[in-house]
Design a protein around this ligand. Sequence first.
Ligand code: FES
Ligand SMILES: [Fe+2]
Length: 463
Amino acid sequence: MSVAEYIWPQPPKGNYRGSQKASRPAPDPLLTQTGPETPCGKYLRMFWWPIGMTSEVPDDLPHKTKLLGEDLVLFKTRQGEYGCLHLNCSHRNTSLEFGHVTECGIRCCYHGWEYAVDGTILDTPGEPAGSKIKERVFHGAYPVVEFKGLLFVYMGPQEWMPEFPVYDTFNLADDELVPYSISYPANWLQIAENTTDPYHTVFLHANHSIDHFEESWGEMPVIDWHEHENGRHTCNLCTFRWKDKIWVRVYETFFPSFSQVGSFFETAEDEKYFQRAAITKWTVPVDDTSTKISAWRHFGKAIDSDNLGRRELVGKDTVDFLGQTADRPYEDRQRIPSDYEAQVGQGLVAVHGTENLGHTDRGVAILRKNLRAGIERVQNGEPPVRPPQNGQEVPSYCSDSVLPIPEIPGVDDEELRRQVAHAVVDVLRSADDMPRDERVTFVKSELEKLKDRPEFTQAKLAS
Ligand code: FES
Ligand SMILES: [Fe+2]
């Protein structure tokens, strides 16, 4: 048909208003910009961050990396100490990724300046005897802690440095921590928000694509939140009715972005109490448009009694559950999208001004509220709320408990589940100050008692 023959049949039906939304506002700079001069960057620098895996740092070669927008080099001295320095040499900026690792530091390839792990200049071999340059200059350096295959750095002012927080899930019996990392071409916040958005598991992982998980996951959970009164973490409480049991799944996020998630092989068929994390992870801002999850997968009898996890798939840019990377064919990712597609699909930096937050987004709102509060504290010269600084393991709440509490005729089951979930958290909260082993015993026995509480049993009807 030629253009001349084309006849406009009738205007398309519908209320088309794309032109009203064609221009997009800018992303929220307060929460998404992480450089050293930004308010959020200053706040984030008050915490320890995983910067990489020990397996990424060879014994005799430096490893170039980046965190919070700063170019850095990681290395291991011949004496076995880890160092993290600004990447570019303090002499004339050559990259220290080409430096030589020395007995107690690293030496720049260009003119041989040598740096200790704290940035002290040890040697300036081209300078004349008596040169004071190495006393006058220091190089940017950050302290490093190695823990179970991950390397952590603290990038804030030394006088504000907190204890390195060892959470109670770092040293469990029958539990092996296997490090992994995943990279995302997107801002850190939208990656961190995924864990505070439990509703997505029902839609993205069960109902709307394929069942990524067990059958019990497709049930719509009752979802509620618990914000710890000290402001250091928030929990999503996902409570499923599965046959004659109530499955309470507690996800948590310690601000800004340390989070833990329970087993993804949970079937909720068997009674259980306080089964701990399957994933312990930090969502790490690399720069404002790239993010890394640095994490451990937990393996062993305590979390995976049927040995369903696949340790051989866990490492750099790989983990043993579907859809966490871009390494699938594009059509597969379209047909069976998962977390990676949903998160990266929000754009390089998700624009809050074009969102319409609803009922399902309460966890996201809680996260953003607490991040803003932390940023404000730091702007006011106070430290942000951080895990307790008392030399003890930090009690965390991430857990799955499956309680034999059947439906009660005449009682709203959603309300029953909500009450059970909060009863579970009350038990956890009451044990915050106990030593680890005592706490675990106490929590399990108190959770086991919940099924006999009159308000959770048929006895309620008789009253
Ligand atoms: S640039 Fe590094 S020593 Fe000269
Ligand atoms: Fe997910």
